[in-house]
Design a binder for this molecule. Sequence first.
Ligand SMILES: NC(=O)c1ccc[n+]([C@@H]2O[C@H](COP(=O)([O-])OP(=O)(O)OC[C@H]3O[C@@H](n4cnc5c(N)ncnc54)[C@H](OP(=O)(O)O)[C@@H]3O)[C@@H](O)[C@H]2O)c1
Length: 231
Amino acid sequence: MASVLVVGGTRGLGRELAQFYAGQGRDVVITGRDAAAAAACAAEIGGSTRGLGLDLSEPYALADRLSDVGDVQYLVLAAIDRDANSVREYDIAAALRLVTVKLVGYTEVVHALLPRLVDDAAVLIFGGLARDRPYPGSTTVTTVNGGVNGLVRTLVIELAPRRVNALHPAIVGDSPQWRDMPPERFEALVQRTPTRRLVTMAQVVDASRFLLENEGINGVNLPVDGGWLCT
Ligand SMILES: NC(=O)c1ccc[n+]([C@@H]2O[C@H](COP(=O)([O-])OP(=O)(O)OC[C@H]3O[C@@H](n4cnc5c(N)ncnc54)[C@H](OP(=O)(O)O)[C@@H]3O)[C@@H](O)[C@H]2O)c1
């Protein structure tokens, strides 16, 4: 069976999803920037998982890095190199890096893998709720997450009959990025969330599986936010 490839699968949400599919007996490939670290992480995940080193901020090198990946059924694009940026104190280098990673890098991965994306393949792109709910310093993050919307729409047309969807999580409270946040901030976020709970990694895995596996779902940008968008 064709593999599950998780770009940005060495940590956080990507890793959690890789772990799930490895547990289902799937052949899984995870990527991080460092090949040895990705291989070590793949060994921790276990099953039939292997690691690959690639840097999305260097898109010209991606086709070569992906050259020994075989047929892919589920392609998950989850990598992020976070950037705090505002238009008043604009860090051009950081902005270029994030835009390259999330928009050019993600697209080049699809381009490089296209002949190996099987007909019933599904692509899942990670955006984020900063798309609709900006915060101070989210200028580039909000912009690229908005770009994910457009990317989904054009890829649905260009990759047909393969499916393409995106997931836009709110702050995932138990993810490595956020689980050590100060308790006052955590509580403030909980109070702002209609469910009075922050979204969890398990819920993100569940939503990811729905987008990847349900063959009727295509072109969807799904918020996983506990109702934030209603506030
Ligand atoms: N966590 C949340 O609460 C949250 C909320 C909204 C949206 N999201 C979105 O969900 C996705 C996953 O987030 P996360 O918090 O789980 O991420 P994370 O824990 O920070 O992990 C980031 C992953 O991206 C890889 N990576 C970083 N820079 C890279 C680069 N230049 N090229 C290739 N790979 C690179 C990292 O690998 P190495 O470090 O091994 O290189 C790692 O595997 C992201 O797209 C993020 O925007 C997350």
